[in-house]
Design a protein. Structure first.
Length: 980
């Protein structure tokens, strides 16, 4: 299977969506062991998707064969398709904000009434602005593609002209500015449609955004549906009728019972105090509205009016007064909000290949005006919710994480598997009725009957008749009170090993829920682990593989690939890594996949990895690219869980773990114990990193032993270098009554280095308890970022550390105002990561280290870029080029030029033409008069490039070698001198 995936990856193929039964082959052994498999699949590449916008297959009947017939649906060519009659709804475009004329259009069409205004005036203004800005857009950007082509031709024409006057230079600059402006707007246009929030940096990736937007359109289009009666629907009219029937039935309440509602409410204790109620009922203010607006993502899908949050955020000075008045009228005066209380319903697939409407979840696209009202209320409620919601509910509250429920569920299910009698079922209920007994993992541990995360619930109880009847009564009351029904298709029960079959049958008959061995997943993560942890997380590897298979390296610049890997791939495993320790082999496989993509892949093979992954994982300030090591980020994320247990020992998770693993001890010194769960083992792995960065903050000083407890900053152990006092002395012994260090006692028992370290610690004039803090952050609280850096530094402690001078040098290189691909090329030069003859022979690709152009016995990076005489002769035949053009040209051409053993003849001919071609896409040079100058050193924090040094007195034409020398030799020589 792995070879098949590699083939699909190399060929840049993506699987086709299908409809019908997923199995396409059967052995037709209807009287014996019947086997079914999906053997037949469809794949297409990116070019095919660009030619045909609709592609999917349908699995038909077997028709007397062991394989189903496969029916393939494809649309017409884009240019042959009839024009769509569907009206496109208005959406505020992000690139409009780049044009000052848009601001003028908004001001002209937005009128603030003399009075406070009403919702009618507000909606009228929004409609007027949307109409006006659309009219302005069609007039100025309606033919953007043609405008870009014309701008390209204009720039190329001016480049090819032989004129060199000041007027010509001005025309060139103006034309280039127009082209750059149009290209930037085009990129924003497609980026907004691609819905790629992670790609914030890198070079321009317009082609990727365009491809992603088209793929997103095709994926979101429903091509067929399986109706409730088993028919396959293909027309939009059938889709609409089926959706209306399905969701009307789904969301129609079964009716509410007032008596049942009173029963539910009577079980809820009063938790809102008078002070809290005063906070909740006070009038909303303008600052509340602005806070709600600023908390919105600027470019999320808009509501029916088409205005996203960025319209209001960017034009708040114009629209803010009227919007605020209308929102406050609703919040404080109860004004009618029916005019904004409407939303668009869109369907989001819940599975990879949705077949029927139950595979989609509907979401509402509300207007920003409605969100302002709801968010203001939510922000107000956030202040009191922690007091009103029990610890069993982990959603919605700051400070409570979804991982708490995952860790608790895993621990309880692990315990359940080894208990004699028990039941776990996905339900929602309460423990107050008294007939249920929750699950306690050990004597003295808190009894847990339920864990809630929004509407995803996990219930634990004993498997007996009393529990069964109690669950039935609770569900019945809840159904009557809320009008909601339990989805038995998504509800399962699992029992402990020693539960008798009779009890299982009884629960199944009363509750009507299917029985499974164990819950495989809870909140998206495994709830139980077997022996092979790699299989436990195989879905993560599959997800990474599928995602990277859908990308094509050629659509990205190398800077874009860097941002993509950091923002997307590295974030995929973090949720699971926050709860589980991943096997090293598994992490290496993920990193290998990332490395393949980073170095780029050709049509038939992966490219050479010129440097090992560990170097790429080094920080940029230390000569790396800044990728994350999955092993270290895994440990840093688990250390966060250990820190939360240390900081909040009264949380439900901390109390359960304490009762199970360190009942009479401390968390920091607890052992893994017997038969530990995978989650506890993982937390212990994170704790190992945490303790290496913890030290005591001195308060009273009575809890900290001078010689054995970490408390002194200045080394990795936080212990004194020398100490000759009593081994049982605490730090309190060296603090005077006026809260100052006792200098005379310090001199008796500590060395001078340690005394200086001690005196650097300030003592609070107030009496406080000693407290463990995280040394590597300013506020003493653990952060995943600082934990990751500690894990990295601990691994390379034995290696030579990077000097501050070299760190500063690398920082300056990455801060240069150059395209990312040029800076990465410079990084490759400095790290000798180019396909020179020396490197090719080292990898047994080339038989010789000699330069094929000048026959130098050793073709290194320095020789190829700066010393090869033949290369200079070839490039001297071209016109002088500005440094900016050389930068963009160098990265694209030099690799071909260096690897001259492949096609030396063609390279000689291609060099001038490729450089000339690069000129038409670069900024023009400024023509200035030569004047005598004196060299002065650059200001601190910057580099100086003496480009004029490339020209001799006679004005002789120079080539690429010398100009690259100007840009890169500075880095090369400085690096050589610093490294000795």
């Amino acid at each position: 299977m792995e070879e098949f995936r590699q083939t699909v990856d190399v060929c840049n193929l993506t699987p086709l969506a299908f409809s019908g039964d997923k199995f396409t082959w059967t052995n037709r052994n209807f009287n014996g062991l019947l086997v079914k498999e999906r053997l037949d699949r469809g794949f297409i590449n990116q070019k095919w998707k660009e030619l045909f916008n609709e592609n999917h297959i349908s699995h038909l009947e077997y028709f007397s064969s062991d394989h189903r017939m496969i029916e393939y649906f494809v649309s017409l060519h884009a240019q042959d398709r009839p024009a769509s009659t569907m009206h496109k709804r208005f959406r505020f475009e992000q690139f409009w904000l780049k044009d000052s004329e848009c601001w003028d259009v908004i001001i002209k069409n937005w009128s603030n009434p003399s009075t406070d205004g009403s919702m009618f005036h507000l909606l009228q203004n929004i409609f007027a602005c949307s109409e006006a800005v659309q009219h302005w857009h069609f007039g100025k950007y309606g033919q953007m593609k043609n405008d870009i082509n014309n701008a390209h031709q204009r720039v190329a024409s001016l480049h090819n002209s032989r004129h060199s006057s000041t007027a010509h230079t001005t025309q060139m600059l103006d034309a280039k500015k127009i082209l750059d402006d149009l290209l930037e707007k085009e990129e924003l246009y497609w980026q907004q449609r691609a819905r790629v929030d992670w790609l914030k940096g890198g070079d321009a990736n317009t082609k990727f955004f365009h491809s992603r937007a088209k793929a997103r359109y095709n994926n979101n289009k429903i091509k067929s549906l399986l109706s409730s009666d088993g028919r396959i629907l293909r027309s939009e009219a059938d889709f609409a009728a089926e959706a209306s029937s399905f969701f009307s039935n789904l969301f129609t309440t079964a009716g509410e019972d007032g008596d049942a509602l009173d029963i539910v409410i009577s079980t809820i204790n009063t938790s809102i105090t008078d002070e809290m109620n005063l906070i909740l009922t006070q009038n909303f203010t303008r600052s509340d509205v602005e806070e709600a607006l600023n908390s919105m993502a600027p470019d999320k899908s808009p509501g029916m009016d088409g205005m996203s949050a960025m319209f209001f955020q960017k034009h708040w000075d114009v629209v803010g007064s009227l919007v605020t008045n209308c929102v406050l009228a609703i919040l404080n005066e109860g004004a009618d909000m029916s005019e904004i209380n409407s939303a668009l319903i869109t369907l989001i697939p819940k599975v990879e290949q949705p077949q029927q409407l139950s595979d989609y979840k509907p979401i509402s696209l509300c207007s920003v005006l409605y969100k302002l009202v709801s968010k203001a209320i939510v922000n107000r409620f956030k202040k009191v919710l922690p007091a009103a919601i029990s610890q069993n509910q982990s959603a919605f509250l700051p400070g409570r994480l979804i991982t708490d429920n995952v860790l608790l569920a895993f621990e309880l299910v692990h315990c359940l598997k080894n208990k004699k009698r028990g039941l776990s079922t996905l339900l929602q209920m309460e423990e107050r009725l008294g007939n249920l007994k929750g699950l306690s993992i050990s004597r003295g541990a808190p009894s847990v009957s339920h864990l809630l995360f929004a509407d995803d619930s996990l219930l634990f109880c004993e498997a007996n008749e009393s529990s069964c009847q109690a669950i039935m009564r609770i569900l019945e009351v809840y159904h009557r009170a809320s009008g909601q029904l339990l989805n038995t298709e998504k509800t399962v029960m699992s029992f402990s090993l020693n539960t008798c079959d009779a009890l299982k049958t009884r629960f199944n008959s009363v509750l009507g829920m299917p029985i499974c061995d164990l819950h495989e997943k809870y909140l998206g993560l495994p709830s139980y682990a077997g022996r092979d942890k790699s299989k436990l997380f195989s879905n993560i590897k599959d997800r990474v593989w599928k995602l990277m298979n859908s990308w094509h390296a050629k659509l990205f610049s190398i800077g874009g690939r860097e941002v993509l890997l950091k923002a997307v791939v590295q974030s995929i495993p973090t949720y699971a890594m926050s709860c589980f320790s991943f096997p090293k082999k598994f992490c290496r496989q993920l990193e290998s996949k990332m490395a393949n993509f980073w170095w780029g892949s050709s049509a038939n093979k992966s490219k050479i990895h010129w440097k090992k992954w560990s170097l790429l994982c080094q920080p940029k300030a230390e000569g790396g690219i800044g990728f994350c090591s999955f092993l270290h980020i895994n440990q840093a994320l688990l250390a966060k869980q250990a820190w939360r247990i240390l900081e909040d020992p009264h949380s439900l998770l901390a109390r359960v773990l304490k009762a199970r693993y360190f009942k009479n001890g401390e968390f920091l010194t607890a052992s893994k114990g017997t038969l530990p769960s995978l989650t506890w083992q993982s937390i212990c792995d994170g704790r190992d990193l945490l303790v290496k960065g913890l030290r005591w903050k001195i308060g009273f000083g009575n809890l900290v032993k001078c010689v054995s407890d970490p408390w002194l900053p200045g080394n990795t152990t936080f212990l004194p270098y020398t100490y000759c006092g009593d081994l049982e002395f605490t730090v309190e012994h060296y603090i005077s009554s006026d809260r100052q260090w006792d200098f005379s006692l310090l001199q008796q028992h500590f060395g001078q280095i340690d005394i200086d370290r001690i005196l650097s610690l300030s003592l609070s004039p107030y009496q406080r308890e000693d407290k463990l803090i995280w040394h590597h952050s300013e506020n003493g609280s653990y952060t995943v970022k600082s934990g990751y850096h500690l894990a990295e530094n601990l691994e390379k402690m034995n290696d030579s550390s990077t000097s501050n001078t070299i760190r500063s040098w690398w920082n300056r290189l990455w801060a240069l105002n150059l395209p990312k691909k040029v800076k990465i090329f410079s990084w490759r030069v400095i790290n000798d990561a180019l396909p020179t003859a020396v490197n090719l022979m080292h990898r047994k690709i080339s038989p010789s280290t000699a330069c094929s152009l000048c026959n130098c016995p050793r073709e290194s990076s320095g020789h190829a870029l700066f010393l090869c005489t033949r290369a200079k002769q070839e490039i001297h035949g071209t016109k002088p080029k500005p440094a900016a053009i050389i930068c963009s040209f160098a990265e694209a051409y030099v690799q071909q030029f260096i690897n001259s053993t492949l096609k030396p003849a063609s390279q000689e001919a291609d060099c001038p033409s490729q450089l000339e071609a690069s000129t038409s896409n670069s900024h023009p040079a400024h023509h200035t008069r030569s004047v005598p100058v004196h060299w002065t050193p650059p200001p601190a924090g910057s580099f100086k490039m003496n480009v004029d040094a490339a020209f001799d007195e006679a004005g002789r034409i120079i080539g690429v070698g010398e100009v690259i020398l100007i840009i890169l030799v500075m880095f090369w020589e400085l690096f050589r001198s610093l490294s000795g």
